[in-house]
Design a protein around this ligand. Structure first.
Ligand code: PEP
Length: 251
């Protein structure tokens, strides 16, 4: 049975003491959530060490939001996978649409980052998703299939045990416009098919695929009821512990 996960992407929000308080509130409320639901908080780099101290020994896992595409050395401003491991990160998000759009994250870079992250023992939450023009042109299945293949077809079935996919339609991120449960489900099913073609039905069936894009307590239940939606990657609503936990209670 694949794992259900609700992951909060804090993006570039909160200063360190606020992030520590948010993590404490998530930990405090996490007992309400059924044990089989994985809880993850993806904090900014500056917050990782102090948030790690808060979540240590709890059921809340720590994630970064990105990592460098190089192992170490003269890459000013970058943060390596070993640095993330050294502050007890369990996951890193990779390929978020904001990184693809504003920071020139290419599929080739994502392959390198994924390779380094897995080698360091991190789990990867790989984001894919079409923008509004692509959706309106009816290209969403093609775009998401291509993004998924471009990165994940470079890895093995064994690697897939440590990879989570997040489908995040760009037009739904931070806009208040959520994909309908049916729109999300048909893309999740498509991603699973793309995975099955390369890795076989069992691996596809075991891979956790999250939905992200204006997910909140009021719409999470409908989304999570879909057979191929295994949880959410949550942006705005992850900044309030009550909303984040409310979403995690929606299975
Ligand atoms: C995200 O950026 O991962 C996200 C899903 O954001 P929001 O929930 O704010 O749309």
């Amino acid at each position: 049975m694949r794992k259900k996960i609700v992951a909060g992407n804090w993006k570039m929000n909160t200063i360190v003491p606020e992030g520590v308080e948010l993590a404490k509130a998530v930990v405090a409320k996490s007992a309400e959530v059924p044990a089989e639901v994985g809880l993850v908080v993806a904090a900014p780099f500056t917050h990782l060490a102090p948030v790690a101290a808060v979540v240590k020994g709890t059921r809340v896992a720590l994630s970064a939001q990105n990592c460098a595409d190089k192992e170490k050395g003269a890459y000013t401003g970058e943060v390596s996978v070993d640095m993330l491991k050294s502050v007890d990160c369990e996951y890193t998000i990779l390929g978020h649409s904001e990184r693809r759009q504003y920071y020139g994250e290419t599929d080739a870079k994502l392959v390198e980052k994924t390779r380094l992250a897995l080698a360091a023992g991190l789990k990867v939450i790989l984001c894919v998703g079409e923008n509004l023009d692509e959706r309106e042109a009816g290209k969403h299945f093609q775009v998401v299939s291509d993004q998924t293949k471009a990165v994940l077809y470079n890895f093995s079935a064994e690697d897939m045990k440590n990879i989570v996919v997040a489908y995040e339609p760009v037009w739904a991120i931070g806009t208040g416009k959520t994909a309908t449960a049916e729109q999300a489900e048909e893309i999740h099913a498509c991603i699973r098919k793309v995975l099955a073609e390369k890795f076989g039905a069992q691996v596809a069936d075991d891979t956790t695929i999250l939905y992200g894009g204006s997910c909140k307590p009021s719409n999470a239940k409908e989304l999570f009821a879909m057979p191929d939606i295994d949880g959410g990657l949550i942006g705005g609503a992850a900044l309030k512990a009550d909303d984040f936990i409310g979403i995690a209670l929606s299975f």
